[in-house]
Design a protein around this ligand. Structure first.
Ligand code: DGI
Ligand code: FE
Ligand code: FE
Ligand code: FE
Length: 187
C-alpha cells in the first residue's frame, strides 16, 4: 500500500492533532529504520496505522478484546492500553494489512513486549520521540536514539514507568517485561 493511500485511510480515524502526531511518527520511524537497518516500508506503514484505533469507543474496544481472545488482563488496566492490540486487529480486518511484522509493531507500540523485534522497537521509539512530543525527558531519549536504539527504548520505558507511578497508576505487566528483557539483553 502506498503512503498517500494509507494516510487517506487513517486520517478519517483521527483528530487533526493525532494525525499530525502520526505524520511525525511516520517520518521518525522511517529515519530510525534507515539508521538501524529495519524494513523502511514496513516501518512507514506500521507508523501510519499505529494509532488507528485510538478514538474507537471504549465499549467497542472492550468487546473486541473479549471476542478476539486478547489478554483479558488488559481490561483491568488503563484503557489507553487498549488501542494498540485493538488497532492491530482492526488494521487487518478493515484496512486489509496482513503482514504480521507490521501488525505486531502496532499491537505492541504502547506496552512493548519481551524480545521485541527491530521493527517493534523502531515504532515504539518513534512514537515516543516524534517532533511533536514535548514531555520532560524526551530530548534525552532523542539523543540516545542517535546512538543506540535499545538505550533509547530503555530510557523511554523508565520515563513511562516513573510517570505512571507518580500519577499512582497501575503499570501493565508487559511494560515491566519489556523493560526487564531489554536490561538483560544489554548484559
Ligand atoms: O497513543 P499515544 O498517545 O501516541 O502513545 P502510547 O500508545 O504509547 O501510550 C498511550 C498511553 O498509555 C500513555 O498515556 C501512557 C499509557 N501507558 C503506557 N504504558 C502503560 C500505560 N498505562 C498503564 N496503566 N500501564 C502501562 O504499562
Ligand atoms: Fe498509541
Ligand atoms: Fe508509545
Ligand atoms: Fe502514538
Amino acid at each position: 500500500m502506498e503512503r498517500h493511500e494509507a494516510l487517506e485511510i487513517v486520517k478519517k480515524q483521527l483528530t487533526e492533532h493525532r494525525y499530525q502526531h502520526t505524520i511525525g511518527v511516520m517520518e521518525t520511524a522511517i529515519a530510525l529504520a534507515e539508521q538501524y537497518g529495519a524494513d523502511v516500508k514496513k516501518a512507514e506503514l506500521a507508523a501510519i496505522f499505529h494509532d488507528y484505533a485510538k478514538f474507537r469507543p471504549k465499549e467497542e474496544m472492550k468487546r473486541i478484546i473479549l471476542e478476539q481472545n486478547m489478554p483479558k488482563d488488559l481490561l483491568l488496566y488503563n484503557t489507553e492500553l487498549w488501542h494498540a492490540p485493538v488497532g492491530a486487529y482492526l488494521v487487518e480486518k478493515e484496512v486489509g494489512i496482513n503482514d504480521m511484522e507490521i501488525l505486531d509493531a502496532i499491537r505492541y507500540h504502547t506496552s512493548g513486549r519481551r524480545d521485541m523485534t527491530l521493527l517493534e522497537k523502531v515504532v515504539y521509539v518513534a512514537d515516543y520521540i516524534e517532533p511533536g512530543r514535548v514531555f520532560p525527558g524526551v530530548d534525552e531519549v532523542r539523543e540516545l536514539a542517535k546512538q543506540d536504539l535499545n538505550k533509547a527504548l530503555i530510557k523511554a520505558l523508565q520515563n513511562t514507568i516513573q510517570f505512571l507511578m507518580n500519577k499512582n497508576q497501575a503499570i501493565y505487566p508487559d511494560t515491566f517485561y519489556t523493560y526487564n528483557s531489554l536490561i538483560m539483553e544489554l548484559k
